[in-house]
Write a protein that binds this ligand. Structure first.
Ligand code: R5P
Length: 275
């Protein structure tokens, strides 16, 4: 069941119009207007409640994770969190964390991470994820597979019944060498699902390949049908020489925090139970 929230994030911006249940102290009777970004921020702030002083933290990437990193920076500045070490999952998050004064380290020095907080592009009921539509996935997967607890933060548009339901891209990071060859082989792997493989470009209108933080390219896979068993699909992709990593994060999330119109829903891996 969703935990309703008070009108902390009311905004004038055009957005979903929602009538939230009344809470104590009494709220204004007018409907709260929450943007998608407000929902991302609500999920992010909730996740940061799990952060404790002294933790080694995986710092995620993307518009949702950005709010979590901002909040961690704010709590550090206020002295409410102490002795935090952050491991960023992208160059962009590294820059953001530096600008906020968050002490940083890496996996070489801190091979075990207490908690990572990151967004996702799709989340299914078993808490499997698609990530990387923003261009980051390899560093995220390295950091998030090294953590004791991985909290995923999303607005409810990311919630799907099965991975691939959105019809949007499933990103695969490939080495630039003969990327067309790799794209073709990826497409062939999933011929049964009507797969189309496309090179990610800087802009939709340009032919300039998007280059990841690791100097690689991204091939986006679009499926017309269900790809079937995700673990089998993952293994098939990873067996292709030239593939570095893919955006399916299977069996990695411990908790998913979903912010929706009526409140927050928290789903835990261990029991699929909702708070
Ligand atoms: O490539 C980007 C990362 O995997 C992001 O965590 C993911 O795309 C979700 O991003 P956002 O919070 O901006 O929707």
């Amino acid at each position: 069941m969703a935990i309703p929230y008070p009108q902390l994030f009311a905004t004038e911006k055009p957005a979903m119009e929602v009538g939230l249940p009344s809470l104590s102290p009494p709220l204004s009777p007018s409907p709260v207007i929450l943007t998608q970004d407000d929902l991302k921020k609500i999920a992010a702030y909730k996740a940061v409640e799990y952060v404790e002083s002294g933790m080694v933290l995986g710092l995620g990437t993307g518009s949702t994770a950005k709010h979590a990193v901002d909040r961690i920076g704010e709590l550090l500045r206020q002295g409410k969190l102490k002795n935090i070490v952050g491991i960023p999952t992208s160059k962009k998050t590294h820059e953001q964390a530096v600008s906020l004064g968050i002490p940083l380290s890496d996996l070489d020095t801190h091979p075990t991470i207490d908690l990572a907080i990151d967004g996702a592009d799709e989340v299914d009921p078993s808490l499997n994820l698609v990530k990387g539509r923003g261009g980051s996935l390899l560093r995220e997967k390295m950091v998030e597979s090294a953590c004791k607890r991985f909290i995923v933060i999303v607005d409810d548009s990311k919630w799907v019944r099965f991975i691939g339901e959105s019809g949007l891209a499933m990103p695969v990071e490939v080495v630039p060498f003969c990327w067309k060859f790799s794209a073709k082989r990826l497409q062939n792997l999933f011929e049964y699902a009507g797969c189309v493989a496309k090179l990610r470009t800087e802009k939709e209108s340009s032919a300039q390949p998007f280059v990841t933080d690791n100097g690689n390219f991204i091939v986006d896979l679009y499926f017309k049908k269900d790809i079937g068993d995700l673990k089998i699909a993952s293994d098939k992709i990873l067996r292709l020489a030239g593939v570095v990593e893919h955006g399916m994060f299977l069996d990695m999330a411990s908790t998913v925090i979903v912010a929706g119109e009526l409140g927050i829903t928290i789903k835990h891996k261990e029991d699929h139970h909702q708070e």
